[in-house]
Ligand binder design. Structure first.
Ligand SMILES: Cc1cc2nc3c(=O)[nH]c(=O)nc-3n(C[C@H](O)[C@H](O)[C@H](O)COP(=O)(O)OP(=O)(O)OC[C@H]3O[C@@H](n4cnc5c(N)ncnc54)[C@H](O)[C@@H]3O)c2cc1C
Length: 499
């Protein structure tokens, strides 16, 4: 059997590509490496936060018509324009994001999210993480007010249902291992099923099978030796197959191959994402209210340098550099009730004791140095007004590193130690594509019939990324790749007829 379009992968980018190609009339096959109960890739594990540009609340209400006038009256929703989004992307990537790709992502974001809605994806407001209440109104901030209903699980369920409805074929436990070409043109994919290889002919292929975050060896080679030890927050299947296959037929690398997105996560979280426990439940993001010590009893970052949004991605990396790739977030009873909800989940692991000495006795650390650091920190805490909702400037003096905000003495038992390590979210290394989603070769020419979307695309994110852009990038470039592939297939068909 031959297909117009084969999509490799079955995450958000892949299914958006499949829907887009199918609605344009292509015959589409989706290949998923995992079994059906482990489908959906990293997209399945997300919180569903999705960033797009909008003018006002009425743009957002178009996506969630059930939002009542009464509820809308309680909401203050500042505009998040395409330039705001573009500027955020440039700022957090140190102006490195490829302008052509960044502007495509930003400019197509609203059109794409409306298109997702037209395929049945449901959205809701993210009150708990992205708004604060003031004088009876909910003020949204940060350009990320919306998430998909029932987070990543809900998103993926809807996309799979829709793909089935539209007649997209989906093969599970089908790992793409090689791209076939003739005269520099894609002709099919070699697929591994039950240890056997079969060749499936196709006019075009869209690679949407993630980067190499779940591949220990590639992490060590590309990002740095210590990355072998990182926990994989999402799918175990994103081991760089798509990148290898494309590079083998002359595609060009693009973007920051030595970079990735990572965070501080529970030390005892599963080593790769557990499909029975999706949702971002292992992250530990209240560290600005803590002090973090490594096993030698030293602090190593300014925990209160800034709000979590601006430090969490780089502090994961710092934890990885510590002995045993571990650190302990220390809290006392004063701040325990303020910690984010993931600290209260039954999956959260922690130590607790009535005194600091008893707490530290339970930890596999240099106990003397650990206690001394806590005492030195307590002695360095300055008086001042403590307020976790603003950068309160209540810091330490004479400490290296300092704690610049939210410094409270750790003095009221019981005391808590939450062990953390580094979890990799996704690698930034990818392929060079243009704004049509065509994969480029080393002469910057499109490889005929080859397209890519999602994490596979390099050059959009460097060092960091504005939260919620991973899903949006997958959707925008997935939709684009689907239509580009269909257009390519039609051109091929008409040139075959005329020749
Ligand atoms: C815990 C966690 C929380 C996150 N939260 C958010 C969030 O709230 N908002 C946001 O925007 N981003 C978030 N992200 C990032 C986001 O998940 C990714 O940026 C995005 O989902 C990537 O989509 P994708 O379709 O490119 O890849 P994926 O969704 O990972 O899909 C890749 C697919 O390819 C398949 N595959 C791999 N190799 C092969 C092969 N050889 N053959 C066939 N199939 C193959 C995989 O099984 C998988 O189905 C989060 C990530 C994690 C891990």
């Amino acid at each position: 059997m031959s297909y117009d379009v084969i999509v490799v992968g079955a995450g958000n980018a892949a299914l958006c590509a499949a829907l887009s190609a199918r609605e344009d009339g292509s015959k589409v096959l989706v290949l998923e490496r995992g079994p059906e109960h482990k489908r959906g890739g990293n997209s399945y594990f997300t919180d569903g936060a999705i960033r797009f540009a909008y003018h006002s609340l009425s743009d957002i209400r178009e996506l969630m018509p059930e939002l009542s006038d009464n509820e809308a009256d309680q909401i203050v929703m500042p505009e998040y324009s395409t330039s705001d989004y573009y500027n955020d992307l440039m700022r957090v990537t140190g102006e490195k994001s490829t302008p052509q790709l960044a502007s495509h992502l930003v400019n197509e974001s609203y059109r794409t999210i409306s298109w997702m809605k037209s395929h049945g994806v449901e959205f809701e407001l993210n009150y708990s993480n992205q708004s604060f209440e003031k004088e009876g109104k909910y003020h949204f901030w940060g350009g990320l007010p919306v998430k998909t209903k029932n987070i990543g699980m809900g998103l993926m369920k809807t996309l799979f249902n829709r793909a089935n409805e539209l007649g997209v074929d989906i093969w599970y436990q089908s790992r793409a291992v090689e791209l076939k070409t003739e005269e520099d043109r894609i002709t099919g994919v070699v697929v591994e099923q039950n240890n056997e290889k079969i060749e499936v002919p196709a006019t075009s292929v869209i690679l949407a099978c993630g980067s190499f975050e779940a591949n220990k060896q590639m992490r060590a080679e590309q990002i740095g030796e210590e990355w072998e030890a990182a926990i994989v927050r999402g799918s175990e299947f994103n081991t760089g197959d798509g990148l290898d296959m494309a590079l083998a037929i002359g595609a060009e690398k693009h973007g920051e191959w030595s970079g990735c997105h990572s965070i501080g996560t529970d030390y005892n979280a599963p080593k790769v994402g557990d499909f029975n426990k999706p949702g971002d439940i292992f992250k530990k993001h209240s560290y600005p209210l803590s002090i973090m010590l490594n096993k030698e009893g030293s602090r190593f970052v300014d925990e209160g340098a800034d709000f979590r949004n601006y430090t969490y991605a780089k502090y994961g990396r710092e934890i990885l550099k510590q002995p045993g790739h571990a650190a302990y977030q220390i809290y006392d009873e004063q701040v325990r009730p303020m910690l984010r909800k993931e600290y209260n989940l039954e999956e959260a692991t922690f130590y607790k004791a009535d005194t600091l000495e008893e707490l530290v006795d339970q930890l596999p650390v240099n106990k003397e140095a650990f206690l001394q650091t806590i005492h030195e920190y307590n002695a360095a805490v300055q008086e001042g007004y403590y307020n976790p909702t603003v950068k309160d400037g209540k810091g330490t003096t004479g400490l290296t590193p300092p704690k610049s905000n939210w410094a409270l003495k750790i003095e009221q038992g019981p005391f808590y130690a939450f062990p953390v390590t580094c979890g990799i979210t996704f690698a930034f290394g990818g392929l060079h594509v243009n704004r049509k989603g065509e994969v480029l070769n080393q002469s910057a020419e499109p490889i005929s019939g080859l397209f890519a979307a999602g994490e596979m695309i390099g050059g959009i994110f460097y060092g960091n990324y504005p939260g919620g852009s991973g899903l949006m990038s997958g959707a925008v470039f997935g939709k684009t790749a689907g239509s580009s592939a269909t257009r390519y297939v039609r051109n091929q068909q008409s040139s075959n007829i005329s020749s």
